[in-house]
Write a new protein. Structure first.
Length: 94
């Protein structure tokens, strides 16, 4: 089966579009969202630079409380859209 010049150009164009879209898909936005006042207190968490998430200092399944808390890959965090979420301070050892 031989490609004509038109078919080759279309094939290359589709390939380039797919590659560019898949490369761009893995990146977060380069600007931070407007965060609510008192979001992610420094005593218990750190705010991500661009995704609007609070990464809890206590990386434990109980490190975050609220309806939208996440515990994945050993990280405890929540998104700014969760109004009842907050990080919990790590318990002091006796």
């Amino acid at each position: 089966m031989a490609f004509s010049t038109g078919n080759l150009i279309v094939t290359i164009a589709v390939f380039v579009c797919l590659v560019v879209s898949s490369i761009d898909a893995g990146y977060a936005s380069n600007k931070a969202p407007d965060l609510p006042k008192d979001f992610c207190p420094q005593e218990t968490g750190d705010i991500t630079a661009t995704t609007g998430e609070c990464m809890c200092h206590w990386q434990h399944k109980d490190g975050c409380v609220g309806s939208g808390c996440q515990f994945q890959y050993g990280l405890s965090w929540y998104h700014y859209s969760c109004e009842d979420c907050r990080c919990v301070a790590k318990p002091k050892k006796n």
